[in-house]
Design a protein around this ligand. Structure first.
Ligand SMILES: [Zn+2]
Length: 569
């Protein structure tokens, strides 16, 4: 009796001690951030923040470098390094083969038309006069949207933000904000709310997928007409010109003058009633400043980070992308844009610190893709570079011979939107020809073209009938049978498609090479300690890492690796 009592007592002590220890462990693990702030900088190649750090202040990139876990060797695995593709990979932790957003534009085989990635005719934008203006729109993919409807319906898997909604039974507040519709919609996921900027009305807008009518605070922000405060002003240099790396190279011959915005400082925004004002704002750091201002209004109005349920805010800053396209990343414009982006980030972090506390906010910053140097700049440095002209493919002798061989007179290539060729299936079916054989024959012919590194048919990708190489692996990660075109074209390093809506731009990303796949991945705030990690990671690792931190289930297509430095902080 006595013995058994002693044992029981011992057991009881051990049991309660175990419980006590278990409680401690649990308590530590259950401390969650009040807000997850996911920042995406469009076209921020991995080396750019450090390249221009000398003239940057304390609170922006320098804060991230000194206080964040900075991965300096992160590369996307997919071939088509475009905006919607990268943003959706960040949101879902999946490759485009799985999440389905394989390109900014793909051919809808039912309608026979090229369609815009997040277009959805069921859900219209709520503000009048805010649709894409075909006269002034310069984004060639954006221009292909035939209606103003927008929603995340085309994203085939759940996002991390969706999983946060599910795990909190809808209590987490989820938002996405960007100048670009596809930068906001993707990260807000299927369950959050998205806002983006209309260059036409100079307002932040949303669609009926998200709301029946605009929230009051959105109308208030739009009524304040903050974008118009930039009218009759100019984008000017922020420090003395002699202090810039590119101070003596303001006017490089490959820079593009769009509608009079110019290639040298100061870049004039023009009058308040100019139809180009909205465009000029986003071609400059002003677009990011407005995105920040709107996001601050959102944080306050929606009480983000104020209770026990972790909220999620995704902000995608787009200006770096437009500046990269028009002037190239090695230009005075790109350099000043980086300094101003640094200020915008510092402003955002200090606002977050004041309202929610940086220690309560998990910040994760990355980019949707990197970007190349301008071909003109490369040539000036003695590196070979060139353009490929797809509009000529259907007329090339080799393709002409093929058409004769297969007895086809009409255009065989129905459409091309990088990186896919879409063949005319109707003609091929009418003539009872073998689609796979035609795909293969065209791919073989195009491989002979200067500047093309790989042309591969969807049939070959579907059957996985390929060698295990760098390019084929990237091609496979981009291949979705329902959406990808008949032939995938990947260009040689330093080669580019010349088309940006008929105009040659200074630089165009979208390829499989390291300059396009290279992005920063940084975790900061929430008591992270400064650390630099150089092992190779993929930005798709972010979503699954956030899921582990928040104890949600894994987003449905997320197959990245968990970032152990973040979990074991
Ligand atoms: Zn982009």
């Amino acid at each position: 009796m006595k013995i058994s009592l002693t044992i029981n007592l011992k057991q009881a002590i051990a049991f309660s001690l175990g419980l006590f220890l278990a409680n401690i462990t649990f308590a530590q693990k259950s401390e969650k951030p009040k807000l997850i702030l996911q920042i995406t900088v469009d076209q921020l190649r991995g080396d750019l923040p450090t390249k221009f750090i000398k003239n940057m202040g304390e609170g922006g990139f320098r804060y991230l470098m000194q206080n964040g876990v900075w991965y300096n060797n992160a590369h996307y695995g997919h071939a088509n390094t475009e905006t919607v593709v990268g943003h959706t990979t960040l949101a879902t932790g999946a490759d485009p083969a799985v999440h389905g957003m394989i390109s900014n534009v793909w051919l809808n085989r039912e309608t026979g038309k090229l369609s815009y990635n997040i277009e959805d005719t069921n859900y219209h934008i709520l503000s009048e006069g805010s649709d894409v203006d075909e006269d002034t729109e310069l984004d060639s993919s954006q221009k292909l949207a035939s209606t103003d409807g927008r929603s995340p319906s085309n994203i085939m898997v759940t996002t991390f933000s969706d999983e946060l909604t599910l795990t909190t039974n809808g209590k987490a507040k989820i938002f996405g904000v960007s100048v670009k519709d596809r930068g906001a919609v993707t990260l807000a996921g299927h369950t959050g709310k998205a806002f983006w900027f209309s260059k036409n009305s100079n307002e932040f807008i949303t669609s009926s997928y998200y709301y029946d009518k605009n929230p009051q605070w959105v109308n208030r922000w739009n009524k304040s007409k903050k974008p118009l405060q930039y009218s009759n002003k100019a984008w000017e240099l922020s420090i003395d010109q002699s202090k810039y790396m590119f101070g003596k190279q303001d006017d490089q011959p490959w820079e593009v003058d769009v509608a009079g915005f110019g290639t040298t400082f100061p870049h004039q925004y023009g009058a308040a009633d100019s139809k180009y004002l909205g465009n000029f704002l986003i071609y400059s750091p002003a677009g990011d400043e407005l995105t920040l201002d709107f996001s601050k209004a959102l944080i306050v109005a929606e009480d983000l980070g104020k209770d026990d349920v972790t909220d999620f805010l995704a902000i995608s800053f787009s200006s770096t992308d437009y500046v990269g396209h028009l002037f190239g990343p090695s230009s005075l414009e790109a350099e000043d844009n980086m300094l101003r982006l640094d200020k915008t980030l510092a402003d955002l972090f200090s606002f977050i610190d004041e309202h929610i506390g940086l220690e309560n906010t998990l910040i994760v910053l990355s980019a949707d893709h990197g970007g190349p140097e301008a071909p003109g700049y490369l040539k000036s440095m003695g590196i070979e570079s060139g353009y490929v002209s797809p509009e000529k493919w259907d007329k090339e002798p080799a393709i002409k011979n093929l058409k004769a061989e297969f007895g086809i007179g009409q255009e065989l290539i129905l459409d091309f939107f990088p990186p896919y060729i879409y063949l005319n299936h109707k003609i091929i079916e009418e003539k009872k020809l073998d689609l796979a054989a035609i795909q293969l024959a065209i791919a073989k012919e195009l491989m002979k073209t200067k500047g093309i590194a790989l042309a591969v048919s969807s049939e070959a990708l579907q059957n996985n009938n390929m060698p295990d190489t760098y390019l084929y692996n990237k091609a496979l990660k981009n291949f979705n049978y329902k959406r990808s075109g008949d032939i995938l074209i990947l260009l040689s390093p330093q080669y580019f498609f010349n088309d940006f809506d008929g105009e040659i731009v200074a630089a165009n990303h979208g390829g499989p090479w390291m300059y396009d796949s290279y992005v920063p991945v940084v975790f900061a705030g929430w008591n992270f300690k400064g650390q630099q990690i150089s092992r190779r990671i993929d930005p798709k690792d972010i979503a699954i890492t956030l899921s582990i931190i928040m104890n949600t289930k894994t987003p449905s297509g997320a197959d990245g690796e968990v970032l152990i430095e973040i979990i074991n902080k």
